[in-house]
Design a protein around this ligand. Structure first.
Ligand code: COA
Ligand code: AMP
Length: 631
């Protein structure tokens, strides 16, 4: 007999309008949509067209009006500042509505953009929800990005206002944000009218008169602003993500489809009810933070945790268990790398024994491939389902998962189980034909994508089509490679493009190559993602110097490491590069990055028949051995 997952999946594919129309009953609409799925303008699809709603209303006001006013909505837990603060839904409403008043007073209204460049403090979440309240489109930029990356996003989103803080705290380091913000605004062509700065105790940032405003001053006496109805298809946010080129892609998220899909996912994928505590240990700058620190738990009336700390070192590898036990967490969601960090420092799980974590029912992992070793270690340690699930910034929620709220399927190490309802995931060969189970190929999703996924790229329909829809007509190209096994379980094995994943952070090797190419002594370069036991992947540079380069190799590599840190950010974790005489190329001049990656990872490979000169591969292997790869 078919189980709940199978029935839901089948319904979602055979009759998506009925399936998602029913899920939409869980969301409050000011005006009900006229069509569940509008496919009049293929390949652009719109969910719940013709409706009006407000995402902030659904996340906050709705719960205050429906019996959850005194329930904790947000727990801010910051071991690095030794702070724990709880906000009820009523208190959350007060902060958000007043900050919406501040944004509105300074000219932000429906359709305008606001960039939020903030550390993991409650004000980041208030600012996001305040934007949603006004129909203002927020774009949160991860704090680990350097001014140059922020400037690129400012010029694309053209924000009216920016919201930032005086500093972030990374373990023991204080990172002053304000100088980074100022530099980014200097670099950008577009200038925001005002910047609202939250001054943290650790650092008081000098404010620029006439442009910068102090958060606390502005909030004193601010007038609460009500929710502004928006079209369900209006953008809620833009989140920039790394693509294969230097320019990041502005992923657009709509309001209606997003609310429906995320609320559905809380119950059906994460098995988390209103009133229960859900913790996504990520950062609001990433999609996991948007979806599962902020929007989904609040849409669901659950309690969310905003954790300003690390899995280790804040203060020890028991940090996660302390938070779980102290706040009665039912489901924890993080990246596998966080568990590898804990495993490295506490392989026997001794720190776990100090806490009662019997409240924890599920561990969800995503953001990078969950390697079987980490899966087994976490399963043995916790003795609860360790659920790998696969998704992307573009989709905003899981493409494949073991749906714990439907009926759990047997778990398999290395697999995110099966496609989530709404996603027709296919494995295609180079010509775009579906392959049999067991055969590796490119992972694509048959259109239409379900609600909540990207409708387009910010003001760039053409790039949306070109990046995702033109490779295999009728399909969304995920950029990942993988296969199904004989039982129909999906395995995602890694990117087939130039995107890499470092400690769960998505980065573009193309952007790194652009930075390296600016060095006056560099003639040519390639950056690949090499396998790393801890961070999953690490970027590795191959540099060809110009004739007559005056500096020695070591000095140049040191300079390149510094350039990437300054121009992309510390988060790139670019620490190693080797100088080589030539790069391996095809006869038509294409750099063989895939082959270089296989050599670095000591994997078997076939010398491509199109290679210009196979001897170059030996030179690359020798160079890699000098830095501990290709063994
Ligand atoms: N602001 C400023 N700098 C930041 C930053 C931020 N928000 N986040 C990271 N950085 C810096 C780090 O301090 C580090 O700097 P360093 O080179 O001077 O040491 C650098 O960027 C690399 O950071 P990271 O890759 O995160 O490595 P780490 O060694 O500091 O921490 C982990 C490793 C595994 C503990 C950490 O990455 C982690 O907790 N990851 C799992 C959760 C997660 O965030 N996943 C993302 C999406 S789900
Ligand atoms: P991001 O957009 O930052 O969420 O990164 C998305 C990419 O991370 C995907 O395209 C995959 O390459 C990788 N990824 C995320 N989750 C998983 C997973 N569970 N298994 C394998 N790869 C994953």
């Amino acid at each position: 007999m078919a189980g709940k997952y199978e029935i839901s999946y089948r319904q979602s594919i055979e009759n998506p309008e009925a399936f998602w129309g029913a899920a939409a009953e869980d969301v409050c609409w000011y005006k009900k949509f006229t069509k569940v799925l509008d496919d009049a303008n293929k390949p652009f699809y719109r969910w719940f067209a013709g409706g009006e709603m407000n995402t902030c209303y659904n996340c906050v006001d709705y719960h205050v009006e429906n019996g959850r006013a005194e329930q904790t909505a947000v727990i801010y837990d910051s071991p690095i500042t030794q702070t724990i603060k709880r906000y009820t839904y009523k208190e959350l409403l007060d902060h958000v509505a007043r900050f919406a008043g501040v944004l509105s007073k300074h000219g932000a209204s429906k359709g305008d953009r606001v960039i939020i460049y903030m550390p993991m403090i409650p004000e980041a979440l208030f600012a996001m929800l305040a934007c949603a309240r006004l129909g203002v489109i927020h774009s949160v930029v991860f704090g680990g990005f350097a001014p140059n990356e922020l400037a690129v996003r400012i010029d694309d989103a053209k924000p009216k206002l920016m919201v930032s803080a005086s500093c972030g705290i990374e373990g023991k380091k204080i990172i002053e944000y304000k100088p980074l913000l100022d530099k980014a605004i200097d670099l950008a062509k577009h200038k925001p009218t005002n910047c609202i700065i939250y001054q943290r105790q650790q650092v008081s940032a000098p404010l620029i008169a006439g442009r910068d405003l102090d958060w606390v001053d502005e909030m004193e006496g601010a007038t609460a602003h009500d929710c502004v109805p928006v079209l369900t298809t209006d953008p809620l946010y833009i989140l920039y993500t790394s693509g294969t080129t230097g320019l990041p892609k502005g992923i657009v998220r709509d309001n209606g489809g997003h609310a429906v899909a995320l609320k559905w996912s809380m119950k059906n994928i994460y098995d988390t009810k209103p009133g229960e505590v859900f913790w996504a240990a990520s950062d609001v700058g990433w999609v996991v933070g948007h979806s599962y620190i902020v929007y989904a738990p609040l849409l669901n009336g659950s309690t969310t945790i905003l954790y300003e700390g690390k899995p280790v070192g804040t203060p020890d590898p028991g940090a996660f268990w302390r938070v779980v036990s102290e706040h009665n967490v039912k489901a924890l969601f993080t990246a596998p790398t966080a568990f590898r960090a804990i495993k490295k420092e506490d392989p026997r799980g001794k720190y776990k024994q100090k806490y009662d974590i019997s409240c924890l029912k599920y561990l969800f992992l995503a953001g990078e491939r969950l390697d079987p070793d980490t899966y087994h270690w976490a399963t043995d340690l916790l003795k609860i389902p360790v659920v790998d699930h696969w998704w992307q910034t573009e989709t905003g929620w899981a493409i494949a998962a073991n749906c714990m709220g439907l009926d759990a399927q047997p778990l398999k190490a290395g697999s995110p189980t099966k496609p989530a309802p709404g996603y027709q995931v296919k494995i295609l060969d180079d010509a775009g034909n579906p392959v049999n189970n067991g055969v590796e190929g490119v992972v694509a999703i048959k259109l239409p994508l379900p609600p909540g996924t990207l409708p387009t790229l910010w003001q760039n329909d053409e790039k949306y089509k070109e990046s995702y829809l033109e490779t295999y007509p009728g399909y969304y190209f995920t950029g990942d490679g993988g296969h199904y096994d004989k039982d129909g379980y999906l395995f995602i094995m890694g990117r087939v493009d130039d995107v890499i994943n470092v400690a769960g952070h998505r980065l573009s090797t193309g952007t790194m190559e652009e930075v390296i190419s600016k060095h006056p002594d560099v003639a040519e370069c390639a950056v690949i993602g090499a396998a790393d036991d801890f961070k999953g992947q690490l970027p590795l540079g191959f540099i060809v110097l110009k004739e007559g380069a005056k500096k020695d190799d070591k000095t140049i590599v040191t300079e390149l490491v510094q350039m990437i840190r300054e121009q992309i950010g510390a988060v790139a974790s670019f620490k190693q590069a080797i100088v080589v005489k030539r790069l391996p190329k095809t006869r038509s001049g294409k750099i063989l990055r895939g082959t270089m990656r296989k050599i670095a990872d000591s994997k078997d490979f076939q010398v491509p028949s199109t290679i210009d000169d196979p001897v170059v591969l030996d030179e690359i292997r020798e160079g890699l051995r000098t830095i501990g790869y290709a063994n």
